[in-house]
Write a protein that binds this ligand. Structure first.
Ligand SMILES: [Zn+2]
Ligand SMILES: [Zn+2]
Length: 308
């Protein structure tokens, strides 16, 4: 028995030693400080406090972060590759033997490739097409909402409606700020905004254009029309008394509640200025009257430090 264990087992595979893959490790170009750096993601954290675009790095999910870094890397590479001063070229697969002239620019992602035909079959054009088309119409200044939610949204008539409605945009912005660390937050916010957008679209077609904005839907007079529109969107069956999408009416109901709250905050903010101004005026006039009476000696009024 001992003899059997002394030799090597015949089944053990002989592993061939593979040659180590050698490739040229290239540096990346930082578009902010215009320098070549070896670790771009780590380097970008140094710009976190000065550059607002880099500040959002910590809010992104891993998948979004990779996409964002890829976009930044390509933008930096484009700056270096187009400059006539340097002979350096940043590509996906750097080669020692090839020269800069042999590479071609991709029209979508602005990166340089040796085999452009092959690349074009899978290039999606990171953030190139939509940002150019849709930049002007937004009624918000929340950059994360614009770049991560609106620019990735399906470009249809509901999107156009959302982009012009400042109440829906404010709703999206608040949702984003509230649940920033949640998984798939951008998709979640886009879905919520589109649900409300569909309601406004339905109301617009029902009322033949008299309701254009979400703010008009929240008025008490338009309540029966809103209920009717929700029934159409959710596929209400009056015979069976059921909905095709049962969870949607509740979701829209909660969204409308939140939207009404935002509208109230807006109206309170605008009227609060008027009220504080009026209170100051009335207080000062009563104070003045009382003081004048006191100085004239017509009435004995005590001096008030805090007039009520
Ligand atoms: Zn830098
Ligand atoms: Zn491309």
């Amino acid at each position: 028995m001992c003899f059997l264990f002394q030799g090597k087992s015949p089944k053990k595979k002989q592993v061939k030693k593979r040659k180590k893959r050698t490739y040229q490790r290239q540096k990346q170009f930082c578009k902010i400080c215009k320098k070549l750096v070896s670790q771009l993601p780590r380097h970008l954290t140094t710009h976190k406090e000065t550059d607002p675009e880099m500040r959002k790095l910590e809010f992104l999910s891993p998948k979004r972060r990779t996409m964002f870094l890829s976009k930044i890397r390509k933008e930096g590479a484009y700056l270096l590759n187009t400059s006539s001063a340097s002979t350096d070229v940043i590509t996906s697969r750097p080669s020692v033997t090839k020269k800069k002239e042999e590479y071609e620019f991709c029209p979508n992602c602005k990166f340089m490739y040796l085999n452009l035909k092959k690349h074009l079959t899978r290039c999606k054009g990171i953030g190139s097409k939509k940002t150019v088309d849709m930049k002007p119409g937004y009624e918000t200044d929340d950059m994360i909402l614009i770049e991560e939610v609106l620019n990735n949204m399906k470009n249809d008539h509901i999107f156009e409606l959302i982009a012009k409605d400042r109440l829906i945009l404010e709703y999206g912005s608040r949702l984003l700020a509230k649940n920033r660390k949640e998984k798939n937050i951008f998709y979640h916010v886009a879905t919520k905004m589109r649900e409300v957008g569909r309601l406004v679209d339905q109301l617009r077609s029902q009322t033949q254009g008299s309701i254009k904005q979400l703010e008009q839907c929240l008025e008490p007079a338009s309540f029966p029309k809103v209920v009717q529109a929700i029934k159409v969107i959710c596929g209400f069956d009056p015979v069976k008394n059921t909905y095709e999408i049962p969870s949607l009416p509740t979701k829209i109901g909660f969204a409308l509640k939140e939207l009404k709250r935002i509208k109230n905050i807006w109206s309170n903010y605008s009227t609060s200025k008027y009220y504080t101004k009026r209170i100051i005026v009335t207080r000062s006039t009563t104070m003045r009257d009382k003081l004048s009476e006191r100085t004239n000696g017509t009435r004995n009024v005590p001096y008030l430090k805090h007039p009520t």
